[in-house]
Design a protein around this ligand. Structure first.
Ligand code: OGA
Ligand code: NI
Length: 347
């Protein structure tokens, strides 16, 4: 299925002196190139910013969340309960791994490139077709929940606080994800535990992505257009900018807000809400001046869990139920292919 051998780390290309042209396998076809630098921001496209402060009226909060989920499938949250210094710490240890360690040291943590979503240091999304265009991105994937999957000895040992920071961050992100899934359920008139009950045990992965500066940002993408497969993704980025969300056929750049956390609904949330809430299609662009870092925390069900539309939500169901593991495998077989994976489930 997957081409044999080690993928090339983007950073090792970007670090070369020949900063004139990107190798052909990173050049996007014209229709996928980032032609417009988030010009959508000029219109009424303002990504919602939701204040989760504890003393807010819950009904008003749910109303705001409902609107953001149906109009965008993505929004910023502030006063989210996660320690702000911890956000800075994870950005710092993440960037230190990519920027300060030698390639040889980093490759000691290489993920298994023949096994999808394996833990460790990697490059490119795994897709079946050999002619897939590659992403201008390297990453480190950490398996953090359930605790039986968490093995910090497989994570970078440098800087010395790296593993402790990831563990703390993982714990706090899980609490925030649970809080948000509760509010999202409530905003649809479901019991606040509805989505979490359907999800079962939470599988959490933390992916630190590093996008080296790119000699031809107009021809490449850091991460091609996709929606996330699970329920909810919580993302923070540094101050470089590059994440874009699709809105009315336009790309809207997500402003970096250092103390905010960016929430992205995944395909399972779209399925369980019977399409009332949409997963957000998003991509990352590159730039010619500075490397960019992001930390995405994914919350998925176990592979054996089947997800279907909640019976009370706008029947009849618009999606076939799906076993999460099958959904993930179909993604890795087909690749994003310019089409939303979830559309295959439409009734
Ligand atoms: C992802 C993702 C965007 C970013 O990892 O799924 O969408 O800005 N990342 O790194
Ligand atoms: Ni994503």
């Amino acid at each position: 299925m997957e081409v044999a051998g080690e993928p090339i780390r983007v950073q090792s290309i970007a670090d070369k002196d020949l900063k004139v042209a990107v190798p052909p396998q990173y050049i996007q076809p014209p229709e996928n190139r980032p032609s417009k630098l988030g010009n959508g921001n000029a219109t009424d496209h303002k990504i919602p910013m939701i204040d989760l402060r504890g003393d807010r009226d819950v009904n008003l909060l749910c109303e705001e969340i409902g609107r953001a989920c149906s109009e965008w499938g993505a929004f910023h949250v502030i006063n989210h309960g996660v320690s702000i210094p911890l956000l800075d710490q994870i950005r710092k240890v993440g960037s230190s791994f990519f920027a300060d360690l030698s390639m040889t040291e980093k490759l000691r943590y290489a993920c298994d490139s023949n096994s999808p979503a394996s833990e460790g240091y990697g490059s490119r999304m795994l897709v079946a077709s050999d002619d897939a265009v590659l992403d201008w991105r390297d990453y480190f994937d950490h398996h953090t929940f359930p605790l039986s999957r968490r093995n910090p000895s497989r994570w970078p040992h440098s800087p010395p606080n790296y593993r402790e920071v990831i563990e703390k961050y993982s714990d706090q992100m899980k609490i925030l994800a649970q809080k948000l899934l509760g509010l999202i359920s409530k905003s649809l008139g479901l019991s606040s535990s509805f989505i979490e009950d359907a999800m079962g045990e939470i599988y959490q992965n933390i992916t630190v992505s590093y996008y080296p500066s790119c000699p031809q940002p107009e021809l490449t993408l850091g991460l091609q257009s996709h929606s996330d497969m699970g329920f909810i993704t919580l993302l923070i980025q540094d101050n470089v900018a590059g994440l874009q969300v699709s809105k009315n056929d336009d790309w809207v750049t997500v402003d970096p807000v250092s103390h905010a956390i960016f929430v992205i609904l995944g395909d399972q949330t779209e399925i369980i809400t019977n399409g009332i809430y949409k997963s957000a299609v998003h991509q990352a662009i590159t730039n010619g001046n500075r490397a960019r870092l992001s930390v995405a925390t994914f919350h998925d069900p176990a592979k054996t869990v089947s997800v279907s539309p909640a019976p009370s939500l706008n029947p009849p169901p618009r999606y076939h139920g799906v076993v999460y593991g099958d959904y993930v495998s179909s993604w890795y077989t087909k690749g994003p292919n310019g089409k939303r994976n979830i559309d295959a489930l439409l009734i």
